[in-house]
Design a protein around this ligand. Structure first.
Ligand code: TEU
Length: 579
């Protein structure tokens, strides 16, 4: 691959968003630095660890890396609570190591995307420290301050300015004794929301983004960026059904598009050839099409949540969710494919640091672990859009078993404590955390079969999954039939097959409960993807698919064929000249 130019727009890349933009052909790999590789033995992954593992990324064949936050932070939410936007947290290394990482990745043909958390800061950020120092502070208006409800005493239950609930539980307002007012936080109390109505806040954010772009990064992933425009009035209740938290009151607010457009202009996203991905809870296809419409010059694409929230009960939280219906997941993805077929661009993901392991959530992490890992990857990467592979998925990592007292994620700990205090039976709390906790995706990357999985020489910050002896990079690398080998073939196939990059998407057998099938049509050929997404065999004859024997097999989960049936979690990618 050609070497990205770093600071200048990339050679060969068309204007952002239009066919030819580099990121429309790219596969992105997400690194959660804390859990990837530890170079100094403190049990926490770091930049030195990433520098030592670049070969893994090159061998996998990905084009870009997205790093979860590495800025200085008290780490209440593992870096999603920033106290200095222009620094590297000493836990992760130094700014010199960061610059070295940019250079090393570029030398190997990889691009780097950093994570920007600008809906909120840490309460340790100097902006908030100033804001809370007095009602007349210079940065008072940089955050959302409100008096207690009329007729109540601040700090007493029920005195919050309104009834909004924070995403991690409890009220979205915390009382500051010093100034006698409440501040707003969509997440933990230590993550106060910035007030984007204040022009100085927006200017400070754009300035910070230029600083990172000047360091040579190739793009930004914007944390919960569709929460930045709060509705006027701050009235009780939620404006939209959905997540059960304040998110539904904020998502896609009135000035969202203005703010994104301004940021695009101020930083020069398109001129600099940067990719921009906005994480957007409660995203709709309409908003996704708007923000990723290249002519509107807002973002390259957005992360929606619909497909990972299948099974969530209406108005409930993820903890009360029911079983995942894969039929619904496939129809959800297909709906997004059609909605963004002509305008805008999709992001594609099944898992990240906030979701349980995708293999455990959508697949069969027992008997058919390898087959379902391969099939889920095939399905995802053959859709139209930019795929994001979460670290560990390429070797088929699974959820683990943690004791109630072993969870450390701020969301999980808060849920556990509130649920137990509410009298929920322990086994229900255990089950909910086992299925949904974010810690499931955060156990250390499994590099080899040693006691610490090759992740650290010290004591890992979160227990190693007990299956590391059999599920690890070293073993997978030596096995031509491994999940890892399949990922490598799949990523290469996607790059070489025009129909997979830009071909029109067509869902086949939309209502079939066990077969997930779709076609990608390009002028020269049609590619058919067909998968059995259950742990029992399924027959294919009489289903209305073309005879598979007429196609050329490009990729399959199994070495041999069992037509006209598919074995448990078997999938195939075939090319047809005539369709
Ligand atoms: O996540 C936003 C978000 O919507 C999640 O909080 C999600 O609702 C939850 O994890 C589902 O259980 C982003 C980051 O990706 C996440 O790690 C941060 O904790 C959060 O924002 C706050 O910055």
């Amino acid at each position: 691959m050609d070497v990205p130019a770093g600071r200048s727009p990339h050679g060969g890349a068309g204007p952002g968003g239009r066919p030819g933009a580099w990121w429309r052909r790219a596969v992105v790999y997400q690194i959660y630095p804390r859990s990837f590789a530890d170079s100094d033995g403190d049990g926490i992954g770091d930049l030195g660890g990433i520098l030592g593992r670049i070969d893994h990324l090159v061998d996998l064949g990905v084009d870009a890396v997205w790093l979860s936050p590495i800025c200085r932070s008290p780490q209440v939410d593992n870096g999603y609570d920033v106290s200095d936007y222009r620094s590297i947290d000493p836990l992760f290394g130094t700014i010199e190591q960061f610059d070295e990482l940019v250079d090393r990745l570029h030398e190997r043909g990889l691009r780097l995307i950093v994570d920007i958390v600008a809906n909120h800061t840490s309460d340790q950020h100097p902006w908030f420290v100033d804001s809370r120092s007095s009602p007349d502070a210079e940065r008072r208006s940089w955050y959302h301050w409100r008096p207690p409800r009329p007729g109540t005493v601040g700090g007493q239950p029920g005195a919050e300015p309104n009834d909004w609930v924070a995403t991690f539980g409890g009220p979205a307002w915390t009382f500051d004794e010093g100034v006698g007012a409440y501040y707003l936080h969509s997440f933990a109390p230590s993550q106060p929301d910035l007030n984007w109505e204040e022009p100085a806040v927006r200017a400070a954010v754009s300035d910070m983004l230029r600083w990172w772009a000047d360091r040579g990064v190739d793009g930004f992933r914007f944390d919960v960026i569709n929460l930045i425009s709060k509705p006027a009035g701050f009235v009780d209740g939620h404006s939209l059904p959905g997540s059960g938290s304040v998110i539904s009151a904020f998502a896609n607010g009135p000035r969202l598009h203005d703010f994104l457009g301004e940021m695009h202009r101020e930083v020069g996203f398109e001129e600099r050839g940067l990719v921009t991905i906005g994480e957007m809870p409660d995203l709709t296809t309409e908003v996704a099409a708007r923000v990723s419409d290249p002519n509107r010059r807002e973002l390259s694409m957005a992360f929606g949540f619909e497909h990972v929230e299948v099974g969530h009960l209406d108005g409930g939280t993820k903890w009360e969710a029911s079983e995942v219906d894969l039929g619904e997941v496939k129809r959800s993805l297909a709906r997004w494919q059609s909605a963004l077929a002509d305008v805008g661009w999709n992001s594609l993901y099944l898992g990240n640091h906030d979701q349980p392991r995708s293999l455990s959530h959508f697949g069969d992490d027992g008997w058919f672990r390898a087959e379902s890992a391969k099939t889920l990857a095939t399905l995802l990467l053959c859709h139209r859009g930019t795929p994001f592979v979460y670290q560990g998925d390429e070797i088929g990592m699974t959820n683990t078993a943690l004791r109630l007292d072993e969870y450390v994620d701020v969301e999980s700990v808060s849920y556990r404590d509130l649920a137990l205090a509410d009298g929920l039976p322990i086994d229900e709390v255990e089950q909910a955390l086992a299925a949904r906790s974010r810690d499931q995706a955060r156990t250390p990357m499994q590099w080899d079969g040693s006691a610490t999985a090759g992740f650290t020489t010290g004591r890992p910050w979160l227990p190693i999954n007990p299956n590391a002896g059999s599920v690890n990079v070293e073993l997978a690398d030596a096995d031509p039939d491994s999940v890892l080998a399949h990922y490598r073939r799949l990523i290469r196939l996607r790059r070489d097959e025009p129909a997979l990059l830009d071909g029109r998407f067509e869902l086949l057998l939309p209502d079939h409960p066990s077969i997930w099938a779709f076609a990608r049509h390009s002028p020269g050929a049609t590619v058919l993807v067909v998968a059995n997404v259950t742990s029992t065999p399924v027959g294919l004859s009489g289903r209305g698919l073309p005879p598979l024997a007429d196609g050329e097999v490009l990729l399959g989960t199994h070495r041999d064929r069992s037509w006209p049936a598919l074995r448990p979690w078997e999938s195939l990618v075939l090319r047809f000249r005539a369709w």
